[in-house]
Design a protein around this ligand. Structure first.
Ligand SMILES: [Zn+2]
Length: 211
């Protein structure tokens, strides 16, 4: 079965959110310097590259990174493209989504992504009505190729809060450039980082038709 890596690296060439801590790596020991091993020391926001936000990111007292439930992050997922020029994604804009049945995981492909090396000035965002429609269809995970499930200038973070309040979670900064719309198997477990607001993810799609 073919595995498609839809992760954006957590690395020095990945654009962080403007003002956020970028990824940087220093070396506390090197073989070239006479050490017994090469040993790195990484400083980064956990939001650089592909990651899952913890509910703690938007609300004090909500679950932290180590409390993200594994079941949300693996299983059947729909990839659905929207026109990159629209600002608000209403239910009728999700044209490739089946019109009925469960949608436990939706990966929204907008092509407004840091995957190309620059931070996008804007991107399409689901309306809260669309989130509520998806939650009613069983949504547990919303993945996006954009830097956030909310808009760049949002201060109220309505989509984050609607997801977390509805028992769903998110993936941000996916690389969906080479992925066609359709139904896949997703595996995207967050690493077990304790007590913080987000966790890096290695996100992989498998094509169900190749099973
Ligand atoms: Zn985030």
């Amino acid at each position: 079965m073919r595995e498609r890596d839809i992760s954006i690296p957590m690395g020095p060439n990945t654009r962080e959110w403007p003002g956020d801590q970028p990824f940087s790596c220093g070396w506390t020991m090197t073989l070239a310097g006479g050490g017994s091993v090469n040993l790195s020391a990484v400083t980064t926001s956990p939001h650089v590259g592909t990651h899952a936000d913890a509910p703690l990111h938007v609300h004090d007292g909500w679950p932290a990174s180590h409390e993200l439930p594994l079941a949300a992050f693996a299983g059947r997922a729909f990839v659905c493209s929207v026109d990159s020029s629209i600002d608000t994604v209403e239910p009728e804009d999700l044209t490739s989504l089946p019109s009925r049945g469960a949608v436990e995981r939706l990966l929204l492909r907008t092509q407004c992504s840091v995957a190309g090396g620059t931070f996008p000035p804007r991107w399409p965002v689901l309306s809260v009505d669309t989130v509520q429609m998806l939650l009613a269809r069983g949504l547990r995970l919303l993945g996006v190729d954009t830097p956030s499930v909310d808009g760049r200038h949002s201060k109220t973070l309505d989509v984050h809060k609607a997801l977390f309040s509805g028992g769903a979670f998110n993936l941000e900064n996916l690389d969906l450039r080479a992925i066609d719309d359709g139904e896949y198997e997703l595996v995207a477990y967050p690493i077990l980082l304790e007590g913080v607001d987000a966790a890096p993810v290695r996100a992989v799609l498998k094509d169900r038709r190749e099973e």
